[in-house]
Design a protein around this ligand. Structure first.
Ligand code: FEO
Length: 408
């Protein structure tokens, strides 16, 4: 059931977290059976409160209820808009109705985009410069431009006195963590795969901007002790874990763990699956992490998880059935997403494909992956059902490739 939690994070900062179990497809695209949270924050000052971000529009009434559990609504003097995607700004409309033309703060892009989303001019929206100070009573915040995390409008805010960095989409993740902060190693290890899925689905296309933003935070001396994102866990104990994880994913690398092989395949009548099953049996003999995603007549894997596991894989084995003289449309869709979102990450691939009358799937995969700068280590295509000799040979070859890569 969708519900919310209010949590006092520091002397001045409150977290308002909406635990959304209603949304099944984030952005209408990504399956999230694990749910998602939206985190808004209130910073209290001697002269009223600053609200940072918000929730999705459909939860506006709950948002007002949560706000009123902490402060008198009339005490909100400023609203910081880090990012205008409606999962964070949908609740602004009700606040504008209740509070009138309250001061909105964000980037120039955010002003323009929010005007588009709300369908009205917002003359009381004040665009802020990079590193501009936001002052209210005895509190001073620093507004930081961090574009493309995950839209051109995005920014972060730093509260130096309590060393809190509010980051919106950056350093966020899917799921509804059982605690609001990184309270234990168990909570962190449960959560990180969901953060990685979110990164791969939502942020990965802008990986270079993640690296730039972290470089910027370091170069200007942002000495954060708390990372307070717009989704998922708030990091009060081990904030470097999420920052280092994001940096690793932005480079297409693992943050710890074993050598990882991800197998993604489609199989219409078992001819691809027959080969893949043998490869899996052989690879299981090695001390590696092996993740398998399939699109068959029995099951379809969750596409959010496929991308999440692929982004930090050491090797991806793509198995594709040929379909109507071209690529199986389900693999086509996965490969399109990989090539768009992981472009430049130079992931390593092995291609396995089966065909009836035209060996076209492997050609299409080779073309697409090469154009996206991926590395293709091996390409195997065969007509119809593979025989035992071919299966044994290919399984052995792939076993050796993985073994070599692990040692490299
Ligand atoms: Fe969580 Fe890009 O919005």
């Amino acid at each position: 059931m969708t519900t919310y939690r209010v949590h006092k994070l520091t002397k001045r900062v409150y977290l308002l977290r909406l635990d959304d179990t209603d949304t099944r497809f984030f952005e209408g695209i990504w399956p999230i059976p694990e749910g998602i949270t939206y985190n808004a924050y209130i910073v209290t000052t001697s002269e009223g409160a600053i609200l940072i971000d918000g929730w999705k529009r459909e939860f506006s009434d709950l948002f007002v209820e949560a706000l009123e559990s902490v402060i008198d609504l009339k005490d909100i003097k400023k609203i910081i808009v880090h990012h205008t995607e409606p999962d964070h700004t949908g609740s602004i409309e009700i606040l504008l109705r209740l509070l009138g033309n309250i001061e909105l703060l964000g980037t120039q892009f955010a002003k323009s985009m929010l005007e588009g989303f709300l369908g009205r001019a917002l003359p009381f929206f004040k665009p802020l410069k990079d590193s501009e100070k936001i002052s209210l009573g005895d509190v001073e915040l620093i507004f930081l431009h961090t574009p493309w995390l995950h839209w051109p409008d995005t920014a972060m805010t730093y509260y130096p006195e309590e060393k809190v960095l509010f980051t919106c989409d950056a350093f966020g993740g899917y799921s509804i963590p059982r605690t609001v902060v990184d309270s234990s190693d168990d909570v962190i290890s449960e959560y990180l795969p969901h953060a990685r899925d979110y990164f791969a689905n939502i942020v990965a296309k802008y990986s270079q901007h993640v690296i730039k933003a972290v470089d910027k935070l370091v170069s200007i001396g942002i000495d954060y002790k708390i990372i307070a994102p717009g989704h998922g866990l708030v990091w009060v104990n081990k904030p470097d874990i999420i920052v280092k994880s994001y940096l690793a994913w932005a480079r297409g690398e693992r943050f710890g763990g074993k050598f990882k092989v991800v197998i993604i395949y489609s199989s219409m009548y078992g001819n691809v699956e027959r080969m893949i099953s043998s490869i899996v049996r052989r690879l299981e003999e090695q001390d590696i992490e092996l993740r398998i995603y399939k699109f068959t007549d029995k099951t379809h894997s969750n596409k959010s998880d496929v991308l999440g596991d692929a982004i930090d894989a050491d090797l991806i084995i793509l198995g594709a059935s040929t379909y109507e003289g071209s690529l199986n449309p389900l693999i086509d869709s996965i490969v399109s997403m990989i090539c768009t979102k992981f472009k430049g990450l130079r992931k390593r691939f092995i291609i396995i494909s089966s065909y009836g009358w035209a060996p076209s799937a492997d050609k299409e995969l080779t073309k697409r992956l090469s154009e996206a700068g991926m590395e293709i280590l091996k390409n195997v295509t065969y007509k119809g059902r593979p025989d035992k000799k071919l299966i044994d040979n290919i399984s052995e070859e792939i076993y050796k490739i993985v073994n070599e890569l692990r040692k490299a």
